[in-house]
Design a protein around this ligand. Structure first.
Ligand SMILES: [Zn+2]
Length: 320
């Protein structure tokens, strides 16, 4: 790594040269003269408000404005991407990859709003690599925070700023060591009872103490009536495949693709995600009858999975 490393600005110690190279990206363009693919428009506002459950009166009818938090929406490139993207951001990420900081996680974003956006406003934007942090150690691993700032304009006027931060990091030794094992479930005080049930080979569903609604996954309060009171009912374990996906890619170290992941509708009416076993991945069909069983994982803990019933049932007939 050449360049004037002898100067007072050179950083001593491991990573010092890399940090200098990374800092040189600050201020470089990430997107130049980007153009929103659609002007601000009522259908996208309506879809957003429906998805968010936002019934604010400002977002519909004559004189409607877009929710301010939609700022980034108007800049998104969709599946085909954007033409105005510069090479600098990709170069920065490649530099970090090459130095072993191969993992990435989005950490946070901040927005500032300068102007209401209204249907018909045409959006343009530029983005710049605003800052690269010093090397930091987090629970995920050691790496660098990269902050990108996007300046959004509507009809040429400043509309707002969107800052987006990622951590590019080298996974911790603990993470790598776990590479061949299944990820363990996150057990917390809200779902501990579920996993205690699984350990005793019981599939437990929460039942609201206010309105009696059953719910899964486990949550601290009822989505129907808001009550924090609940008890449990034990599921029979019988269900049907409500939907499924077959995982081909990406390959996680603990899994052997392709494999089927089912969304199982239990006889009690709630749905749960789990592996479908007992038939090849390409024989899983919607409507198949399944029964829970408990799979011992890595000799250490257990997981509910769903075995297709003898007669299969439903779908196109379970497997020839
Ligand atoms: Zn309730």
């Amino acid at each position: 790594m050449a360049s004037g490393g002898e100067g007072a600005g050179a950083r001593a110690g491991a990573g010092g040269d890399l940090y200098g190279l990374l800092k040189a990206f600050e201020g470089r363009a990430a997107v130049v003269a980007g153009v929103g693919k659609d002007p601000v428009n009522e259908p996208m506002i309506r879809h957003w408000c429906e998805a968010m459950g936002d019934t604010g009166p400002a977002y519909s009818g004559p004189g409607a404005i877009a929710p301010a938090t939609m700022l980034q929406v108007w800049t998104m490139g969709g599946l085909s991407g954007h033409a105005g993207r510069s090479a600098a951001y990709d170069e920065l990420l490649a530099l970090l990859d090459g130095a072993g900081y191969t993992s990435v996680v989005a950490t946070d974003c901040e927005q500032e709003y300068a102007r209401d956006l209204r249907p018909g406003d045409r959006i343009t934007f530029d983005a710049v690599i605003e800052s690269v942090s010093e090397r930091k150690t987090t629970k995920l691993g050691t790496g660098y925070f990269v902050t990108t700032r996007m300046d959004v304009r509507a009809e040429g006027e400043p509309a707002g700023t969107h800052r987006f931060r990622i951590l590019k990091y080298a996974p911790t030794a603990r993470g790598r060591r776990n590479g061949g094992k299944r990820p363990r479930p996150v057990v917390n005080r809200d779902n501990a009872g579920f996993w205690e049930g699984v350990a005793g080979h019981r599939l437990l569903i929460q039942r609201c103490g206010g309105c009696g609604a059953l719910r899964f996954p486990w949550l601290p309060g009822c989505g129907d009536c808001g009550s924090p009171r609940w008890d449990t009912v034990e599921a029979s374990g019988a269900g049907t495949v409500f939907s499924y996906v077959v995982m081909h890619h990406p390959a996680f170290p603990a899994f052997d693709p392709p494999y089927a992941v089912g969304l199982i509708e239990l006889a009690e009416g709630v749905r749960i995600v789990g592996n479908v076993v007992g038939v090849p991945y390409d024989k899983v069909r919607i409507g198949m009858r399944v029964q829970v069983e408990f799979l011992r994982v890595d000799g250490e803990w257990e997981l509910p999975v769903f075995r297709v019933a003898e007669d299969g049932g439903g779908g196109e007939g379970g497997g020839g």
